[in-house]
Design a protein around this ligand. Sequence first.
Ligand code: C2E
Ligand code: MG
Ligand code: MG
Length: 733
Amino acid sequence: MSRSGQMRLGTTATVVGTLIVVVLEMALLTGVWHLGDGLDRQRQAASTLAGTLAPLTPDTAPAATGLVRTAVDQVVAAGVDVSAGTPGAALVAGAEAFAATPTDPAALDTLRQADSALRVDLDAAATARSWLAAALHAALLLIATAGVLAVLRRLVDRHRAVERRLTAQQLVDQRERRLLALVQNSADLIVVVESDGTASFVSPSARSVLGRDPEACVGQHLERLLGEESLVVDRMIRAGRQGDQPVRVHLVHAEGRSLVADGTLTNLLDEPSVGAWVLTLRDVTDQHAAAEQLQHQAFHDSLTGLANRALFTDRLDHALMRRRNPGSAAVLFWDIDDFKHVNDTHGHSVGDRLLVVVADRLRGAFRPTDTVARLGGDEFAVLLEDIDEESAQMVTHRVLEGLSAPIEVDGRVWTVHASVGIATAVAGESTGEELLRNADIAMYWAKEQGKGSISVYDPMRHAASLDVVALQNQLISAMETGELVLLFQPTVDLESRAVTGYEALVRWQHSERGMLSPAEFVPAAERSGLVVPLGSWVLREACRAAMTLSADSAGPTISVNVSSQHLVRPGFVTEVADILADTGLPAVRLVVEVTESVLLDDFEAAENALNGLRDLGVWIAIDDFGTGYSSLSYLSQLPVDILKVDKSFIDRVCSEDHAASVTLAILEMSRSLRLLTIAEGIETEEQATWLAERGCVRGQGYLWSRPVPLADARAQLMDSDDLPDADAESVDA
Ligand code: C2E
Ligand code: MG
Ligand code: MG
């Protein structure tokens, strides 16, 4: 039952109850009121009878029999109980006896006593009636009070209920008014949409959000408000989805500017007070633009505006995922040559401006569909899709050429070169990360090749370089575990054929790969810087070995190959001095062999070191002479003592005129500069004779001996006139 129904029923019950109580009270009051009516008449009649009997004497009685009868009849008429045994019955009997014998004084007395007894009985009844009336009055009072209280209570309850109803109604009204005010004043656009897509309510904010009159939009299809985007909402309405549906629409303000609005479409068809769909939209154009800006910043380089590493790797990953033809995606890794130099000498602002120009040139040189990114510093990467390796190389060559066009910054003209590594994707095998890393590796190869080069990633070459890394790690422990050994190859006086000295040549007794020649590990040691500790070890071991051959300063010389890195390192000369002091080897017995390239790399540092060595009294030899690009001029400037003519000339000296004439020229120059000449790699007697006849002083080669262990070298010295057959004694592979 509804609440109002319950209220009506309660009210009726209260009225009926109240009426019953009132009627009951009236009836009781009336009953009590009339309770004593009969008794009073009876007592009145009995008193009248007593008054009639009182003056009578036996003499006057006969005349008063009529009066007495009337008085007795009145008593009976008043309703006195005359049933047998009652005082009434005794009175009636007495009256009859008196009527029969009025003169009999006994009959008169009997009548008087009967009347008296009746009055006593009636008085007692009157007393009892008074008590009953009092009790009834009390009960009446109680009932009346209870009734009044019940009615009052009911009235109070009703009052309260009414009050509550009123308050609730007021609240609802207030809430509705507030909601309405909110809707009317909301900055959000609120549209109540009927199922057919027409708007039945449009909040006033339509004016500010869309520049449209809300009233004019009511009754119109949503399309008038939202344009084409109404399709989005239409589709949702047709799908009849429940709950809140997020909505994002792109709108056009009446003034023509574009807006982005976010909101919800809510199905309120089941809500009786609405019975429609409610679309709320908020203008988020500014937030949207800010978010896009942030997004742009997160994925672009702030200096050049190019994609950054995050965006590049994302595009790369996607490209590799959707790649149709194997090898169709290529990554070009660009590194500007000598860019550090620009920054260091001309400042970062010049560097930055150069980078911006480079970025613009790169961006302009590739297709819009290619991704050009700045990975950081002077590193750029380009992702080319649907391209093979050959085309990627061609494109790179073209762009590299364009890049080197002069750039003017701060009135100064720059020419930018870059080294580029190219890697192409392998179907299903490469991830974006790998491809980028491969291009990076290829870029380093390009750098090694020389500035402005392009190198293509080659997995075989990479595997080999990985071996190098492993080799370097092993070399560290090899130095500690004594796996490195020195062999010694004699240098011989070409005329007397006596041993004049030895060249210390390092070997690695590798636990798994056997005896390794320096060609197999020295380049790796050079790349990692390990060549310095390696060189220190060789120097010390060679000097110690030389001392075991002879302690005399006239003893055989010991030649040690010193890498350019080691030579130009500050402290090298001191190190040599220390080793000489520690081992006791006279400085004049030590020959430091350096290659021509040392002098080209860092001439000044090399010159300083060589002068320091010369000051110590150490000999200096230029190794592999004739193979480098050295000019003759430095030979006169530098403290050089020995030229070692490279084996490549000696090999052909007896068979090729060209080699012979180069060798002759070297010998001639050497003589004029007062340098000692050692011919390397003499394998035949013919070569030895040819060289000896043309003034070459010393020789070194398999003709006399391969590099041998120290003990063999000692044996050779004992009998240097009769050097053993090289093949028979050799331990060198
Ligand atoms: P290098 O200093 O020019 O040493 C001469 C190389 O020619 C030695 O090779 C030697 O075994 C080889 N040789 C000598 N005579 C003949 C010959 O008649 N026929 C042929 N076919 N070869 C001959 P090795 O020992 O393999 O050394 C190669 C190079 O490794 C050396 O050339 C030197 O540049 C470098 N090297 C050797 N030991 C060291 C070292 O301790 N430190 C550094 N930094 N480099 C070293
Ligand atoms: Mg050498
Ligand atoms: Mg050599």
